[in-house]
Design a protein around this ligand. Sequence first.
Ligand code: ZN
Length: 128
Amino acid sequence: MVANRSRDTRPEVALRRTLYLRGLRYRKNYRLSVGSESVRPDIVFIGARVAVFVDGCFWHGCSVHRTVPRLNRSFWEKKLRANSTRDRRQGEALASEGWIVLRVWEHDATPDAAARVVAALMAAQAKC
Ligand SMILES: [Zn+2]
C-alpha cells in the first residue's frame, strides 16, 4: 500500500531536493532521543536544532483531507487519534529540549514548505 510508506514520500523528497538546491544540508530520518522518546523527524538540521516532519494528510489527520475509512472505522479512529497524540507528544518533547519543530503537510506546496524551513533556520540562528 503506497499510502503506508512513511519514508521518502514524494512531498518529502521534493522538499529535500528544494532545500538541497538552496545549499542547505541536513540529515534525513535522523534518530533523536528526547527524554524517554526516540523521535525520527524526516529532516533534521542538527546544528540549528530544527526538526522538520512532513506529515501525510491521512496518517496525521490534516483538517482539509482528514478521512476515516468506513471499514473497521473504530480501529482507524483509534489508530489515527493515537498518531496525532504521538505527534503532539514528540513535538512537545523536542521543543522542551530547545528544538524548533516544524510540521509540514503533504498537501503544502513545496516552495511554501521550503520557505517555512528557511524561516525556521533563520529563527534558530537568531537564538544563538
Ligand atoms: Zn491535507
